[in-house]
Design a protein around this ligand. Structure first.
Ligand code: GTP
Ligand code: MG
Ligand code: ZN
Length: 347
């Protein structure tokens, strides 16, 4: 497949004016291992290592190479490791920003066009958890599509009700319900996959992300999966690295390991988009800085009382907002501590 078919759009092309005769090769990172990565030019996959300079810069900025990155390298055709010299500017960064004692960014994948947030309809189904994943995707400026999995494990009626519940709660997001076991809904999913576009599968362990890839490839055991725990449907982390996979129709899919926990998220912008219909009411609140927790003239609370916004969704909105505010505050404190420590060292 050509570079273009492998996702090398004009956005990236415009960043390179190198002539390949100098020994430069453009390639894409398809997997990250400990100490090296796999890179591919659409035809051949090679192991590669970054130059010392690039590794140093990555450590300093905490901006590591990730799956989906486009890079410039040398010695692509020589035996042994190719050498990665630079990373092209990313179109999108799918990342999780969490705040504990330290603020941390975890880059999940780069240059993703659409993120599929996978959630089970069976044991482990939890709308709040789903909204947290959505806020991460929204915060990264990437369009999310929700895949509800394992519909075969529910009675038809219970299944319909759950899907309806999700649709009501996430009224502005596309939702696809599937079963890898019966194949139901897979055609619907395939319709969303465009050749040359890059997608990723995101969601808790055990919801069936890797199985979706196997289903799309039509091979039951191409990629490794593990059964979930019987009692709570929790997965046991079968996928251990992120990998970019070429699907039959030429679209590109990144499989990710289920995240252990999402931590305290800082996704202010993502929250506003995830709870779009609530934010849309803000201008109608009596006070401009209304926090939507006091009834006085608050249009949001009025909507909850009227039933146009569900109480559960409202509660989660307030919760996530408080969490994100706390995270922003922690970040301010941490920056302040670092700055004062620096000043002290100087004086
Ligand atoms: N009944 C049923 N089981 C499914 C379905 N999809 C996946 N499974 C099973 O669920 C288990 C977990 O699937 P995986 O594909 O490994 O889940 P994952 O999301 O990739 O999990 P991690 O890699 O740990 O993040 C496996 O035993 C699958 O066979 C489905 O649609 N129906
Ligand atoms: Mg997996
Ligand atoms: Zn209000």
């Amino acid at each position: 497949m050509t570079l273009k078919e492998f996702g090398f759009s004009s956005w990236f092309e415009n960043q390179t004016d190198i002539s390949t005769s100098d020994g430069w090769t453009v390639a894409r990172v398809t997997a990250i291992h400990k100490g090296w990565s796999d890179i591919c030019d659409g035809e051949t996959t090679r192991p590669a290592k970054s130059t010392g300079k690039l590794r140093h810069e990555a450590r300093a900025n905490r901006n590591y190479l990730t799956v989906g990155d486009w890079i410039l390298c040398k010695d692509f055709n020589a035996p042994g490791f190719a050498v990665i010299h630079s990373v092209l500017k990313r179109k999108t960064e799918l990342k999780r920003k969490t705040v504990g004692r330290e603020v941390s960014y975890q880059l999940i994948a780069a240059n993703i066009d659409t993120a599929f947030v996978v959630h089970t309809l069976d044991k482990g189904y939890n709308l709040r958890k789903l909204e947290r994943y959505l806020s991460i995707v929204h915060d990264s400026g990437i369009e999310p599509i929700v895949i509800l999995s394992k519909k075969d494990l529910l009675e038809a009626k219970a299944c319909r009700e759950r899907i309806l519940e999700v649709k009501n709660r996430l009224s502005n997001i596309q939702i696809i319900a599937i079963s890898n076991t019966t194949g139901s809904g897979l055609r619907d999913l395939k319709r969303h996959l465009k050749p040359g576009n890059t997608y990723c599968l995101l969601g808790p362990s055990g919801v069936g992300k890797t199985t979706i890839i196997n289903s799309l490839l039509g091979k039951e055991d191409e990629y490794f999966t593990l059964p979930v725990r019987e009692k709570d449907g929790k997965g046991i982390h079968s996928t251990t690295w992120r990998e970019l996979i070429v699907l039959k129709n030429g679209s590109l899919m990144v499989d990710t390991p289920g995240m252990r926990e999402l931590g305290h998220l800082d996704t202010a912008a993502g929250i506003n988009e995830t709870f779009e219909e609530i934010i849309a009411l803000e201008p109608d609140c009596k006070f401009r800085d209304c926090a939507h927790v006091n009834t006085k003239g608050c249009a949001v609370i009025a909507a909850v009382e009227k039933g146009t916004i569900s109480k559960e969704r409202y509660d989660h909105f307030i919760y996530m907002r408080a969490e994100s505010d706390d995270a922003a505050e922690a970040l301010r404190r941490q920056t302040w501590r670092k700055d004062t420590a620096k000043q002290r060292r100087r004086s």
